[in-house]
Design a protein around this ligand. Structure first.
Ligand code: COS
Length: 387
């Protein structure tokens, strides 16, 4: 099917398909079992310039925007939802710099990230502040030419492996969400350590760790935007990055569908391939329809973002919500199609089902996405009434 991709987007898609099939597929089981960080694949993705897909060309990237990223992530995640996360979690950690960084900060960090020499990570979540992003307790206190950070961030993707961290901390607790600020913190800064690596259900090739700040002094130049802008930086970052999670979910769903269709042609019961039974055909038809609908919404969101539109919160939340629910349903159905084999680790669909679950949870639970969508609907209706 022709999705109206540009030549450059098709080139990225082909490149990712090749990397996924030739490099990731043979090792996905190993990384899932061991939970090791996939540095060999990170290097392959870096050599293919994939870390720079959506970074502007003037900073060493390909300049292919959100759509370039979505196409790449979908293709890689058809084979494995965990290993490529090193790449698009780096994107999440980079958005605060892309969207709000000064020219000096962009020049200092974006070329390093685009080349894949340094991974990035985003530090917002804390033990007591997940959905309630405004409730963070980590503090940043100005002290001359420095800020001093104290606090602990939880469940940070790429934690420990990344060199560059964008971190949200309170510079004025009394002001609540309006008292938060965003900072760049480099690995190796004294007072910045990592907690234990989490043992997860899925996306096990991805590193998830705590970031621990104890009197960590960073130069005042590492403040992103202005003091008090941190919550907005975080919200706009999530608006920009959620289509990436949606693309991960879409890729997992499409990969699970492929596995189910293939298997149903080979598996014989009652003397014929199980794909000749209508009960199974109806399942496959529903799975395929959901995958296409998710793809349409994810591509629509990415194109809208690339058009330069400002009101992207709603469509971004919608595509993440829809594609992740599709990923969960389709991967669960794929396990059902494969039956007993689907439940075994010899086949990839049980892993796809485990990997799919996180897409309904991280970068904002799907309950939060629904809230974002509803709040925007109400805001739009109020604005239309005023006109
Ligand atoms: N873009 C720009 N501004 C935004 C915004 C957005 N997407 N979302 C909120 N804001 C602004 C609001 O307009 C408000 O501004 P004012 O203070 O000028 O009125 C301010 O930010 C506070 O907004 P609000 O009162 O809606 O904040 P809440 O604390 O109620 O939180 C939700 C809103 C729940 C939507 C937010 O906390 C959220 O997205 N939580 C999920 C966080 C998340 O995804 N965590 C996952 C881990 S990070 S990988």
């Amino acid at each position: 099917m022709d999705y109206g991709l540009t030549e450059e987007q098709k080139m990225v898609q082909d490149l990712c398909r090749q990397i996924a099939q030739e490099k990731i597929k043979p090792v996905r089981e190993h990384y899932d079992e061991t939970g090791e960080f996939p540095w060999d694949i990170v290097k392959i993705m870096a050599d293919a310039d994939l870390f720079g897909v959506s970074i502007e060309e003037q900073y060493g990237g390909m300049g292919l925007g959100c759509m370039g990223n979505v196409v790449a992530v979908e293709e890689l995640c058809k084979v494995d939802g965990g290993i490529p996360l090193a790449m698009f979690a780096t994107g999440l950690g980079t958005y605060p710099i892309i969207l709000f960084g000064s020219e000096e900060q962009k020049q200092a960090y974006l070329p390093r990230i685009a080349s894949g020499k340094s991974l990035a990570a985003f530090g917002l979540t804390e033990a007591e502040a997940g959905s309630d992003a405004g409730g963070i307790k980590t503090t940043a206190v100005k002290d001359g030419d420095h800020y001093v950070l104290n606090g602990t961030k939880q469940w940070i993707t790429n934690g420990g492996e990344a060199e560059i961290y964008t971190v949200i901390a309170m510079t004025n607790k009394a002001k609540g969400a309006r008292g938060a600020s965003a900072f760049i913190v480099e690995k190796g800064t004294p007072g910045f350590e990592f907690g234990k690596k989490e043992n997860k259900m899925g996306i096990r090739a991805s590193a998830t760790r705590e970031l621990i700040f104890q009197d960590c002094r960073i130069p005042k130049e590492n403040l992103i935007a202005k003091e008090g802008m941190g919550f907005i930086v975080a919200m706009k970052t999530l608006d920009a990055s959620r289509p990436g999670v949606a693309a991960q979910a879409l890729g997992i769903a499409a990969g699970a569908l492929d596995e189910a269709v293939q298997y149903s042609r080979e598996r014989r019961q009652f003397g014929k391939p199980i794909c000749s039974f209508q009960g199974l055909q109806f399942m496959l038809a529903d799975m395929a329809t959901q995958v296409e609908a998710a793809r349409a919404l994810v591509y629509q969101a990415a194109r809208y973002i690339d058009s330069g539109a400002k009101d992207i919160s709603k469509i971004s939340a919608m595509c993440k919500l829809y594609a992740s629910d599709v990923a969960m349903r389709v991967s669960t159905d794929a396990v059902q199609v494969l039956g007993g084999y689907g439940y075994m680790k010899e086949y990839p669909v049980e892993k796809m089902m485990r990997d799919a679950k996180i897409t309904q949870i991280y970068e904002g639970t799907n309950q939060i996405q629904r809230e974002v969508i509803a709040l925007n609907l109400i805001k739009e209706a109020a604005a239309a009434k005023r006109k």
